[in-house]
Design a protein around this ligand. Sequence first.
Ligand SMILES: Nc1nc2c(ncn2[C@@H]2O[C@H](COP(=O)(O)OP(=O)(O)OP(=O)(O)O)[C@@H](O)[C@H]2O)c(=O)[nH]1
Ligand SMILES: [Mg+2]
Length: 431
Amino acid sequence: MLDRLSDKFQRFLKKLKGEVHLTESNVEPALREIRIALLEADVNYRAVKNFVSDLREKLLGEEVRNSLSPYQTVVKIVHQELTALLGGEGKRELKTLAGTDLYMLIGLQGAGKTTTAGKLAHILMQKGKVLMISLDLKRAAAQEQLEKIAKWAGADFIPAPTSLDRAFSTIREIRRSGKYVAIIVDTAGRLHVDEELMEELRKTREKLSPTEVIMVADAMTGQEAVRVAQEFNKKVGFDSVILTKMDGDARGGAALSITYATSRPIKFIGVGEKLEDLEAFVPERMASRILGMGDLLSLIEKTEKAVEEEQAKKLAAKLRKNAFTLNDLKEQIRLLKKLGGLKKIIPFLPKMPGMGALDDRKLIHMEAIINSMTPEERERPEIIKASRKKRIARGSGRPVYEVNQLLRGFFQMKKMLKSKQVRNMLKGIDI
Ligand SMILES: Nc1nc2c(ncn2[C@@H]2O[C@H](COP(=O)(O)OP(=O)(O)OP(=O)(O)O)[C@@H](O)[C@H]2O)c(=O)[nH]1
Ligand SMILES: [Mg+2]
């Protein structure tokens, strides 16, 4: 799956392997190659452009830290960016509501709707009874095909009434009866996006209020699949995507740009013609697969976690000894941003009086202010008087009163750290 793209990414990483410093002169040629590789894999031009420019910024902007080698840092960044392109972190499941869920599959002819309906039934049947019904009323073979697939999957099947309106009321009635955990509604496909089909699907969506409308797209068709999905999204609307035929020699374009182009997540990928051949789509995992370095990535994760724990421990010790300086605060802010927000670390960060509620933007401002201080000022902030304050404000692009606020907050915090109550509390922190 995505073998060619994977080869290219691995070559890209190899190119940067020996580099100790990332500079434009070594990053640019590597980026150029990755750009070509993505375009060759039929990834949407705009998605490629964005991806490459984000990657450039991150690679050149990242201070390589002691904990990771420069190469590990590169691998980590590329993995993060690929994950983001594939739709971001986390596992996706089908939406589910109280009562009988209704999943409606849409897509072009031959995309794999009917086969995928069977695969979904196979998964949903772990929860209870599943009914399959096809709204493809024109093609007699469509009913037969779905019946066969339902039998294969062990799901119930009913042939659709001969008019769409009657079919809607039948489906609604069955849904209300609560006999099934899910009803899967298969629909007709066409060779091209045509108005009549769009109108029919719009109406179906409106009449049935599905739990989820799922766009089934054929990965083999690359950018065409993306274009078609955009059209369906505009004209009918859908909630998620299933990419089929990922087992073929798909160049990857669809997987890497359909979410970018439609803002809808890929939830599953089809990897064969059997019932079991439907995989949950996990962007991080797919990114690791493309980079082909699962082991290195898990090592990076472990190293970083260990380093963070070590830093948090050191910090707690400093707080206990009241040896906390502005440098520590700066390190703390960096950690905070890395951990992706304030919540996780607030227990370690005494509240800064006078700073008001901290938010992530304020943290960035605080960091800029501390960055504009000399090392001596960071260790001994009491030397910062009016003229230094002005210089710091200018250097950080923040107003003088924010410099004052930060210093005042910091001094009060130090004072607070001396109080018995806080010292006792800190004794309790053990991480
Ligand atoms: N290799 C592979 N083949 C697939 C996959 N999904 C579907 N197919 C095949 O693709 C062909 C078309 O699948 P269907 O499920 O009939 O497609 P459809 O969207 O229902 O087509 P219409 O009802 O004609 O609009 C069949 O031969 C399937 O076996 C997949 O994930 N991998
Ligand atoms: Mg079909």
